[in-house]
Design a protein around this ligand. Structure first.
Ligand SMILES: *Cc1c(COP(=O)(O)O)cnc(C)c1O
Length: 357
């Protein structure tokens, strides 16, 4: 059986060596005679897994002692609620750099607890990262999405001169390039794009920022519970943690985040260069805001777009339709997406362009 080139936006392609190792670990984790799904989270074997996972994350991303690394069951969406629940009192304001669907969702949750101030926005087209921000007088934090998965835009650098800690939704570009920690209070990333399976979120948070959370929160809604209990107040997503550890070890083998960044830039450039000179295919995002993870584009006609999706499927290229809210086409090419698949896509776009008149 040959595997397809999977352009899905998430859950998304994982590194093949990691999938092979995980297959073996389902049967027998590290020679323990018990599979990874069957180990107690309090036992020695799983403790070794979570410890090596956190060590690998700290090493690869250059995370010092002033930050904690947490694993929280459920997706990134959970943190749209959890962040304001922890940090926004009545009358408090969170500033938002509004770049698309994901900040729309985050703002709706912020408004349950306090006020949302739109510091900058790229609506309605969302074809760029917004900026420069006009911050409110004294926000509790500044929320932004480092990579807008739906519209295909990515911040080159985080919002400048924030007057309060940055909170970053890095779900779709975590560890795809060096991680900027300066000015950040909390970074969260659902695992299913660049890190592992769905249903688990990696959180990297500054101890100083966490110390300012509101008192009296329910335990599973309180970030400090995860700090105090080593992400094991209750049974964590043990398999998710195992997978994140394997993926991060793979990233380290590839040369780390700088090397990932170079490879991702090269992969994306191959597609963007083609789109830039094409008569019939056109990229959505402005040149200065283009995402190296999600390439959003359109064809000259809906028929051409449909033809691409159909012929791509015949060739084993799958997952190209755009998000249901915006349509068009989207090629998601996260860390694990192979370079060869990118060239196959460009060949196919070229082939359809030649046929089109
Ligand atoms: C996928 C995604 C989410 C949502 O993740 P869930 O695991 O479905 O909650 C949030 N933010 C961004 C930027 C995403 O790409």
């Amino acid at each position: 059986m040959t595997r397809k080139y999977n352009f899905s936006s998430g859950p998304a392609a994982l590194p093949e060596p990691v999938l092979r190792r995980a297959q073996a670990a389902l049967w027998d984790l590290d020679g323990s005679g018990i599979g990874v799904l069957e180990h107690s989270h309090r036992g020695k074997a799983f403790r070794a897994v979570i410890e090596r996972t956190t060590a690998a994350i700290r090493e690869v991303a250059g995370i010092g002692d002033d930050f904690v690394v947490l694993y929280i069951t459920a997706g990134a969406t959970h943190h749209f609620t959890m962040v304001p629940h922890n940090f926004l009192g009545e009358g408090d304001t969170a500033d938002v750099c509004h770049s698309g669907l994901w900040t729309t969702k985050a703002m709706a949750e912020i408004r349950r607890f306090g006020k949302a101030h739109v510091a900058c926005t790229s609506e309605p087209a969302f074809d760029a990262t917004p900026g420069p921000p006009a911050y409110s007088a004294s926000p509790r934090y500044v929320h932004y999405t480092s990579n807008e998965t739906v519209y295909g835009t990515q911040w080159a650098t985080p919002p400048a001169n924030p007057p309060a800690p940055l909170v970053c939704d890095a779900s779709s570009d975590i560890f795809s390039r060096p991680l900027p920690l300066a000015n950040h209070g909390l970074i969260f990333a659902g695992a299913q794009k660049n890190l592992g399976p769905s249903g688990i979120t990696l959180v990297i948070a500054s101890k100083a920022f966490l110390a300012t959370r509101k008192p009296g929160l329910p335990p599973l809604a309180d970030y400090m519970t995860y700090v105090d209990e080593g992400s094991m107040y209750n049974t964590p997503n043990t398999f998710g943690i195992y997978m994140i550890g394997e993926v991060v070890a793979w990233i380290r083998e590839q040369g780390g985040l700088a090397a990932m960044g170079e490879r991702n830039a090269r992969k994306a450039a191959a597609v963007y260069q083609f789109l830039d000179q094409s008569r019939v295919w056109r990229g959505h995002a402005r040149t200065d805001s283009r995402s190296n993870m999600n390439i959003t584009f359109r064809g000259a006609t809906p028929e051409l777009e449909a033809k691409l999706v159909a012929r791509a499927e015949e060739r084993g290229l799958t997952g190209l339709p755009g998000h249901r809210s915006v349509g068009g086409l989207r090629a998601s090419i996260y860390n694990a997406f192979p370079e060869e698949g990118v060239h196959r896509l460009v060949e196919l776009l070229d082939e359809l362009e030649r046929e089109h008149r």
